[in-house]
Ligand binder design. Sequence first.
Ligand code: KG4
Ligand code: ZN
Length: 337
Amino acid sequence: MRILGIESSCDDTACAVVEDGERILSNVVSSQDKLHERFGGIVPEIACRAHIENILPVMQQALDDAGLDFSAVDAVAVTMTPGLIGALLVGLASAKAVSWALDLPLIAVNHLEAHVYGAWLSGEEPALPAVSLVASGGHTVLYLTEGPLSHRVLGSTTDDAAGEAFDKVANVLKLGFPGGPAIERAARSGDPEAVRLPRAWLDRDTLDFSFSGVKTAVLYHCLGQNASRRDMERAAYTPQFVADVAASFQEAVVEVLAGKTRLAAEKTGASGVILGGGVGANNALRQRLLSELSPLGLPVVLTPPELCGDNAAMVAGLAYHLHAAGRTAPLSVEARP
Ligand code: KG4
Ligand code: ZN
């Protein structure tokens, strides 16, 4: 079964064709990074407008790359929650139009569950039940995953998402947007112990996260406590200072993400661990998860780095299982931010 997937929940316009939930025939992502860069973050109105311009060419490209036309597509899947409402609506309206015009089943997908499905697209079968860590720009969640369609929330962030903290710290360090890859690059020549930064374990027992404290600690370390926006603009750092702060910040975030994932595995007696979401591409996090979990003998399935960020292959892949379970959506289905 060939499913055309559509993803537009945030700032990437993406379409893909996936066969039987596992073979990626095409996977096109049109990034809007250049549009949002000068604002240091995603501007929802700009994202929506760009989705409108991009969605049809991206869909056509996904079909072309797969060497197919619409007649070879068996169903259309789309992210319907969570995300920026205007952005979600562009993908959803497009998917409904395809579904209605071609009389194809419509499948509505949860973006975070699609990120978990990225692990299945690695070709490895995750050991279940698994603790799944999804760390992205909008969310940081731990699930207990019993299968592609079964996820129970164990914990989530009480303030900033992990990726959001990367983006904001990159902004302070003038590393550009998106911040995650830039921090990872800068951190390579830095000392992770150069700056003492707080680790928000919260109550040791909870599986919730908090990243606003470490973000603020970086801001104070770089600019002092009463810095204005102008001070931030005027600041000039040496490359070594930037590298050391980036490495120390990355270490603080990775330590908590991996530590809480291990705690979740211990508490639930899970058989395996899954990593997904944009921050899941971070190599320090990938390595730390493996080293935290190997003493427990738990297999870790890492979403391939190129499928960690937003894409529609994960949407079309998960949709195969929803369709098989009879969970198609009516044309009246609504987007939920
Ligand atoms: O999953 P995603 O593409 O979009 C959302 O659903 O939010 O995640 C985007 C986030 C951004 O905050 C970006 O800075 C972060 O993932 N990210 C990274 C890396 N690559 C992307 N964070 C840390 N290290 C990376 N290599
Ligand atoms: Zn995402």
